[in-house]
Design a protein around this ligand. Structure first.
Ligand code: NAP
Length: 246
């Protein structure tokens, strides 16, 4: 499905990004993985991608740092050719707390990574993919969250708001580049079993989910790769919930 396709995945060393990398590699993709600082995790994802039948490379970089984002696209293009797919997945959240306790530092960090970082990545992707810039088109899949419509009260309203911004960016950018060969969509995962959750959060909350279980990273990866593939060739500007019905 992805033979000779270069897929760039931000936050690909763990969780949803790592599952997407290995699944894409098993379908023939060359996967370029960005991560923040967990070198061992990134190295084992590269190994797993190669074992799965694709090729992979990883580069550390912070998506909120412009020079790091530029370097990631340059290295990816050098190694595998320009990406035809961007999975805009890197994201962070802080400890569970009420809005009245948020520090400015916390707010700056979550906005910088989840909004500014996501914008820097799609900006570079448009520059390499757009037919207006001599590119061959492509697909961008933003990894938003069910938090965008739930609001995450008493937990992380700031994080939820950044995902709301990502949804709006998805819809606006999709229209902006639709006739330049680029489709832009988002997945909105619910409660997925990864390291991002604090303490016993998954155990406390799974009963609120209509399907009565948490989701697995692979289940989100399947949805991401559907939106990245030609199987979704007429799907654009869509927000796909992957949340067990919640
Ligand atoms: P995770 O297990 O915590 O993994 C986060 C990944 O992002 C890691 O690869 C990490 O790199 C990387 N990362 C963090 N900050 C970064 C930065 N500034 N620059 C580059 N890479 C950075 O997270 P996850 O649960 O898989 O979440 C992935 C995405 O799905 C996020 O956008 C999250 O908001 C979204 N999401 C998750 C859930 C869920 O329930 N898990 C639900 C809805 C949405 P290192 O390994 O180097 O730290």
């Amino acid at each position: 499905m992805f033979e000779n396709t270069t897929i760039l995945i931000t936050g690909g060393s763990r969780g949803i990004g790592a599952s997407t990398a290995v699944l894409a590699a098993s379908r023939g993709a060359n996967v370029f993985i960005n991560y923040r600082n967990n070198h061992d995790a990134a190295a084992s994802v590269v190994e797993a991608c190669r074992a799965a039948g694709g090729d992979a490379e990883a580069l550390a970089g912070d998506v909120s740092v412009e020079a790091d984002v530029k370097a990631m696209f340059e290295m990816c293009t050098e190694r595998f050719g320009p990406p035809a797919v961007l999975v805009n997945n890197a994201g962070i959240l802080h400890n569970l707390d009420r809005v009245e306790n948020y520090t400015a530092e916390r707010l700056h960090e979550v906005v910088n990574v989840n909004i500014v970082g996501a914008f820097l990545c799609v900006r570079e992707a448009v520059k390499v993919m757009s037919t207006n810039h001599g590119g061959s088109g492509g697909a961008i899949v933003n990894v938003s969250s069910a938090a965008a419509y739930l609001g995450s009260p008493n937990e992380y309203v700031d994080y939820a708001a950044t995902k709301g911004a990502m949804d709006t960016m998805t819809m606006g950018l999709a229209k902006e580049v639709a006739d330049e060969g680029i489709r832009v969509n988002a997945v909105r995962p619910g409660l997925i079993e990864t390291d991002i959750h604090e303490g016993d959060r998954l155990e406390r909350l799974w009963r609120n989910i209509p399907m009565q279980r948490v989701g697995q990273p692979d289940e989100v990866a399947e949805a991401i790769l559907f939106l990245a593939s030609d199987a979704s060739s007429y799907v654009n500007g869509t927000l796909l919930n992957v949340s067990g019905g919640r």
